[in-house]
Design a protein around this ligand. Structure first.
Ligand code: HEM
Length: 445
């Protein structure tokens, strides 16, 4: 069989650019996408080919149409699971399918209605903490907010503050360490030798114990809270009617923390920053949300916020928090003009698809109007903030609800002022905003 891969970028170009590449690979990707007509092969080991693409047609085939021929790579599964377990995000094959079927109903819109009270009161409590009248970095605020929204949606108010703080600390430590290991694979031996890996594994174990304590306490209490934990405890497998084992339940809870908080925090930070720099949308959002009592912002009433929704959509187009994903072919396949071998790894850059001038007018401009009304439909083929196909984000409705609720509450309580300082992006596992400075001014004292 003759395999056909995209044009190869020689390995020395990677080595030559190693430093800037680990800091921010996006400009490097762009250069070679432009030079190699949308896809390029990045490494050419004897065993397996790796190629990167911004071809929306390939993305659709791999993630949706031919999803059965693809699984997630070891980086997204084996490597991540070392610290955060095998939950939905990090599993493949039968385990993933079984868990997805089990957990999906907990994220249906009707079920989310039950979480509204929890999400809404958490958002409001967090926004009260904002320091006003000076330029501050928005990320820590949104990170705290998004963490607490996931934590309280999972455990409502039944876990004590100290436990949540400790969990938050451990999850942040683990996430930072995962990035460190991923970015500097050549230093892994050093991280092992100096005991850092062992230390993080110990932290991971501690987080599992903390979660188990919460679960046990809930079981003993016999109380119902209508939160995600109640739902996860109640769901049963189709085949034998059994419930999740404690280990699996802990894995899934850890994964919901990991998948659900940093992504949302990034998006909310970018959105706040963009609104501070494009204040015309602030007035429009205030106007459209006037009729809606924020506490009764039901999932259905979100449809009455077209501008806020378009701002969120446009924010995630420009800055998709999950900016890249990958898949491995489990059998030989043809992808357009390419013929790939089993084992080939495909990296799909959502970031580049979202900024391709062939699909988007003035792709680098912030222009939420492109997501309003009929216009929006034109773009759906090139828009992947939550991925696509059966592995699409399970928390997408949850995230959209949380973000709209936060923005509406934020803008109805504060004016935003933009700073002269520039914001940067840091493409780690997620696309993180750096130095997103905004001044918040209280509307009513
Ligand atoms: C703005 C916020 C969010 C963004 C941009 C986002 C993005 C994504 C993307 C792109 C994927 C698919 C990755 C792939 O196919 O390789 C994904 C998967 C996932 N997300 Fe989200 N996500 C967000 C919020 C959330 C929230 C709030 C939760 C849960 C509370 C969540 C839980 C998950 C889980 C469990 C998966 C794995 C699903 C599976 O493989 O079956 N996400 N997310």
């Amino acid at each position: 069989m003759r395999y056909i891969y995209p044009k190869k970028v020689p390995i020395y170009k990677f080595l030559f650019n190693a430093n800037s590449l680990t800091k921010n690979p996006i400009p490097f990707h762009k250069k070679y996408f432009n030079e190699c007509s949308d896809s390029f092969t990045v490494a050419n080991s004897k065993k397996r080919k790796i190629f990167l693409t911004r071809d929306a047609g390939i993305a659709k085939q791999v993630l949706k149409q031919k999803h059965k021929k693809y699984i997630k790579s070891e980086i997204q599964t084996k490597f991540l699971s070392k610290y955060v377990g095998y939950g939905l995000l990090t599993s493949n094959g039968q385990l993933w399918l079984k868990q997805r079927r089990l957990i999906q109903p907990a994220f249906h819109k009707q079920k989310l209605e039950k979480l509204i009270e929890i999400i809404s009161s958490t958002v409001k409590e967090e926004l009260l903490k904002i320091k006003t009248n000076e330029f501050i970095d928005v990320y820590p605020i949104m990170n705290e907010l998004a963490f607490n929204v996931v934590a309280k949606s999972l455990f409502s108010f039944s876990s004590d503050k100290e436990t949540l703080r400790r969990l938050q600390f451990i999850i942040a430590e683990l996430q930072d360490f995962i990035v460190k290991e991923l970015r500097q694979p050549h230093k892994r031996w050093w991280l092992n030798l100096t005991g850092q890996v062992k230390k993080k594994l110990k932290l991971s174990k501690e987080s599992r114990q903390l979660i188990l304590n919460i679960i046990n306490k809930r079981r003993e209490s016999n109380e119902t809270h209508d939160d995600l934990l109640d739902m996860l405890l109640a769901v049963t497998y189709e085949d034998d009617g059994s419930v999740m084992s404690d280990e699996q339940l802990i894995d899934e809870i850890l994964i919901l923390f990991v998948a659900g908080h940093e992504t949302t925090a990034n998006a909310l930070t970018f959105a706040t920053y963009l609104l501070a720099n494009n204040t015309q949308y602030i007035a429009q959002i205030r106007e459209e949300s006037k009729e809606i009592q924020d506490t009764s912002l039901s999932i259905g009433s979100l449809a009455q916020l077209p501008v806020a929704k378009a701002v969120v959509d446009e924010t995630m187009r420009l800055y998709p928090p999950a900016w890249i994903t990958d898949r491995v072919a489990v059998e030989d396949d043809d992808l357009g003009k390419y013929q790939i071998e089993k084992g080939a790894i495909i990296g799909i850059s959502f970031y580049e698809i979202h900024r391709d001038p062939r699909h988007w007018n003035n792709p680098n401009d912030f222009f939420p109007e492109r997501f309003v009304g009929e216009e929006a439909k034109k773009h759906s083929k090139y828009y992947y903030p939550f991925g696509a196909g059966p592995r699409m984000c399970i928390g997408n409705n949850f995230a959209i609800y949380e973000m709209l609720l936060t923005l509406v509450n934020l803008l109805n309580n504060f004016d935003l002022e933009s700073s002269d300082e520039e914001m940067y992006i840091n493409p780690l596992v997620t696309l993180r905003p750096v130095n997103a400075k905004v001044k918040f001014k209280k509307l009513y004292e």
